[in-house]
Design a protein around this ligand. Structure first.
Ligand code: ADE
Length: 425
């Protein structure tokens, strides 16, 4: 006799949290008019009928709207967390109880559980993967080769994931198309800059309740996320220092009015440090050694590797939770360093991630990227693909309409001028 193995339907913290989650999901929906329009069209047209889809995203109120749009579009969809600390447990509960979407995500899950959930998701035999950081795609490529023939394509949300996908392609192991959602204009200009800018400060403030005015804020990395954190930090009255390894970005930061210097110099000046580089060990022992007593360090880049917390932990006499998501590392020198959100994305660990109004555009890109993969099944080359410009612009147009903002359009004379070369000086 063969034993029947029943697959788990979901794995969440507590289904009783669903009513609160539903209320919060509905609230977020007010700020997501673009995704709502897409969802309404999907409900009519069912572009994902017969498609198995897994989404590995931060399980938030905003992601809930993406998952609902995909399900309403006919997808057999399940959702897992893209980070052990970013899940909103009430949202996970409501998605299961109110919307019938299986979710495998618990805030605070350990790394083993996280990877088990990735494998449960792959057991769903997806045709489409929505990834945020590329953990599912990397697992598929490394460990589940037999499933690759079932894949139509993946979509990737974040810079770190795009870098990993490009590395997979360079290694010759990415044999299907991957839509580069991160680099759509309506994604990174808004989500990475204004989303990360606001939500990172939100996370720092919720975790610590500090006053930013008058503090020295060190921002490591001046990509779109770093630009947002520096801009909003200055707006709150902080003295902002930027550290960079890219000379062009460093000049940009200087001309945007920020002090720029190596981390080893900034380390002794900063009160609060935020890493947003996508690289590892940007803050390490030599930096901790010269920091002020009580310096606060946190990360808003995708992975928890930007701050060398293993070294800090090895040095510390004691690590103590002093507030939610706030740990004090006491060092033999008598100084202490404060670490937020265990070095994981502080905006999602200690706050609620980016506000719905920016995720509206990011997830409109995700939804339309999935539809594009299905419509072009079999005809896209392996490797990274940009979101088509017309899709990007349509999202911007829908967002402006929803904000009730009108813009000019070209006159026939201007169109002719832009298409001519003989009307010079
Ligand atoms: N990434 C950053 N903020 C997010 C949010 N609110 N929802 C999903 N993914 C996110």
């Amino acid at each position: 006799m063969t034993a029947t193995v029943t697959k788990p339907q979901y794995e969440i913290k507590d289904i009783a949290l669903a009513p609160q989650g539903k209320q919060r999901i509905e609230w977020a929906g007010r700020e997501m008019p673009v995704l709502r329009q897409i969802q309404e069209r999907f409900a009519q047209e069912k572009p994902f009928a017969g498609i198995r889809l897994i989404a590995c995203c931060h399980v938030t109120t905003e992601t809930a709207h993406l998952a609902i749009a995909l399900k309403n579009g006919g997808a057999d969809a399940i959702l897992i967390a893209s980070n052990p600390l970013s899940t909103q447990d009430d949202v996970a509960a409501s998605l299961v109880a109110d919307y019938g979407i299986p979710v495998f995500a618990i805030k605070g899950e350990d790394n083993d559980t996280y990877h088990r959930h990735v494998n449960i998701a792959l057991d769903h035999h997806p045709n489409i993967i929505i990834d945020d950081g590329s953990d599912v795609t990397a697992t598929l490529v490394a460990q589940r080769q037999d499933q690759i023939s079932e894949i139509i394509g993946t979509t990737e949300e974040t810079t770190t994931g795009i870098v990993r996908l490009q590395a997979m392609f360079n290694d010759g192991v990415l044999s299907f198309p991957a839509m580069n959602v991160n680099d759509a204009d309506t994604k990174h200009f808004f989500d990475n800059r204004y989303g990360t800018g606001q939500s990172t400060l939100d996370g720092i403030i919720r975790a610590t309740n500090i006053l930013l005015a008058g503090k020295t804020l060190v921002v490591a990395g001046y990509g779109w996320c770093g630009k947002g954190v520096a801009l909003r930090g200055r707006g709150m009255g902080a003295n902002v220092i930027v550290t960079e390894i890219d000379p062009t970005r460093a000049i940009e930061a200087v001309m945007d009015g920020f002090r720029v210097m190596p981390m080893i110099e900034a380390a002794s000046l900063g009160d609060v440090f935020v890493t947003v580089t996508g690289n590892k060990h940007v803050i390490r022992p030599e930096h901790f050694a010269v920091m002020k007593d009580g310096a606060i360090v946190c990360n808003s880049g995708h992975f928890d590797i930007e701050i060398d917390l293993k070294s800090l932990g090895a040095q510390a006499n004691e690590v103590k939770e002093v507030r939610n998501f706030t740990q004090q590392y006491s060092l033999p020198s008598g100084k202490s360093i404060i670490v937020l959100g265990e070095g994981r994305l502080v905006n999602l660990a200690a706050a609620e991630g980016h506000p719905s109004a920016v995720m509206d555009m990011s997830f409109a890109n995700q939804a339309l990227a999935c539809e594009y993969l299905v419509k072009n099944k079999g005809s896209l080359a392996p490797g990274l693909h940009s979101i088509p410009t017309e899709v990007d612009r349509e999202i911007a147009r829908l967002k402006l309409n929803a904000m009730n903002i009108q813009i000019d359009s070209l006159t026939p004379e201007q169109i002719e001028y832009l298409n001519s070369w003989n009307a010079g000086t």
